[in-house]
Structure formats: structure tokens, C-alpha cells
Design a protein around this ligand. Structure first.
Ligand SMILES: Cc1cc2nc3c(=O)[nH]c(=O)nc-3n(C[C@H](O)[C@H](O)[C@H](O)COP(=O)(O)O)c2cc1C
Length: 197
């Protein structure tokens, strides 16, 4: 499975986003396993094009292509007002209805306290399911107080980040480049029959 592609999408409004730092640490780990990675920071997309769902605008068109090409998606959000960020909702709303069909999704979140840890599973997981995701693996949530200072590296080898490493391993285990998976989760998908002879 050498040609797996993972796209990370992070959805913070902050230029010094902890969410994006956590994503970079996970992508570093995946690159070590020879997995192709890319990171789309939603706040870098043309905001007018995103909010008017202009799929022809270059930054949005490129985002749509990257999502379509990925085998797996890491979708990461800060918790704002007890839920995932509005920027993430705008990014998901611009995608086709079954944009996640055939794909594995790892939801990641950061928040000010543990009070809203379930926002990922109650708020975000149903959205991924409605978009056809083949498998949404165990989500992972980190409190902002657990982050090292700005500028300090996060390493998944550090025992403090062992739970994130474990979530990452579950995600990698679920990735496949089997083309028959590409339509799993799509209501009109046709899965080619496996020839048992
Ligand atoms: C507008 C706003 C609303 C927030 N609402 C919540 C919240 O409801 N629950 C919570 O746990 N943290 C909340 N936070 C704290 C952020 O989730 C936390 O600081 C997070 O680490 C920010 O991630 P970032 O650095 O990637 O933006 C809020 C922060 C902001 C700016």
C-alpha cells in the first residue's frame, strides 16, 4: 500500500493554531511511513469563494481535487462555542454530498477544556457519515493546556502524545488503496465483485 494519500484539513481561525500544530505532528509520523501527505489550512482559502461555494475559484477547485484524490482524511478543528468551527462547516459544505465515500476519516479536536470532548463524536461524526465516509476511526481530542509552548515541537514518540499516536495507528491501519473501496459508503456505489476462482 505504498501509494496511499492522506489529506489533512485544519479549520482554526488562528495564525498560531494548536490544531494545525497537532496535524503537522501527525503528518510527520505518516511521512515516516512513506504515506503521501498534504495539509489544507482552510483559513488560507479565498474566504469569499468558500462562503459562496464557488467551486470554480482556484483555491476551492484545488481543495475539491485534493479531497477527491485522498484515500484518507484527517479533519481537525478547534472547539468554538461547544462545537466544531464554522470554518470547517464552510469547508465541508462546499464539497459534494458524498465526497467522503470510500475514505477513512480521523477526526481531531482541540479545546479549552474537556467539557466539549464529545463535540467530535456527537457533532462531527454524523456529518462525516452523511457524506458517505467508509470508516470514521476513533477521534482524538487534546486540551490546549496539554500543548507545549508555541515554537516547541510535538513528537508522537513523546509518551505524553501516546494516545494521539494510537489514534494515528488506527487510522493508518484502516487505509487502503484497493480501488474497490473507492465507492464504499456511496449510496449509488457499485463495488466490483471479487472473483473467487
Ligand atoms: C471563539 C472561541 C470559542 C471557543 N469556545 C470553546 C468552547 O466552547 N469549548 C472549549 O473547550 N474551548 C473553546 N475555545 C477554546 C479553543 O477551543 C482552544 O483555545 C483551542 O485550543 C484553539 O485551537 P487553535 O489554536 O487551533 O485555534 C474557544 C475559543 C474561541 C476563540
Amino acid at each position: 500500500m505504498s501509494n496511499r494519500k492522506v489529506l489533512a484539513i485544519s479549520a482554526s481561525l488562528s495564525a498560531t493554531s494548536k490544531t494545525a500544530r497537532m496535524v503537522e505532528a501527525v503528518l510527520e509520523e505518516l511521512r515516516g511511513q512513506k504515506i503521501d501527505t498534504e495539509h489544507v489550512v482552510l483559513r488560507h482559502l479565498d474566504p469569499g469563494a468558500l462562503l459562496s461555494a464557488d467551486a470554480q475559484a482556484p483555491s476551492v477547485a484545488s481543495f475539491l481535487e485534493k479531497v477527491a484524490a485522498a484515500h484518507g482524511l484527517i479533519i481537525a478543528t478547534p472547539i468554538y462555542k461547544a462545537s466544531f468551527s464554522g470554518l470547517l462547516k464552510a469547508g465541508l459544505d462546499v464539497l459534494p454530498q458524498f465526497a467522503l465515500a470510500g475514505k477513512v476519516v480521523l477526526p481531531l479536536g482541540t479545546g479549552g477544556s474537556l467539557a466539549h470532548v464529545l463535540a467530535l463524536d456527537y457533532g462531527l461524526r454524523p456529518v462525516f457519515q452523511s457524506m458517505g465516509a467508509r470508516h470514521v476511526v476513533q477521534s482524538h481530542y487534546v486540551c490546549e493546556s496539554d500543548f507545549p509552548k508555541t515554537g516547541e515541537m510535538i513528537s508522537l514518540l513523546d509518551p505524553l502524545w501516546a494516545a494521539l499516536r494510537h489514534a494515528c495507528e488506527n487510522f493508518v491501519y484502516s487505509l487502503t488503496d484497493d480501488e474497490r473501496a473507492a465507492m464504499l459508503g456511496h449510496p449509488r456505489g457499485v463495488v466490483p465483485r471479487v472473483n473467487s476462482q
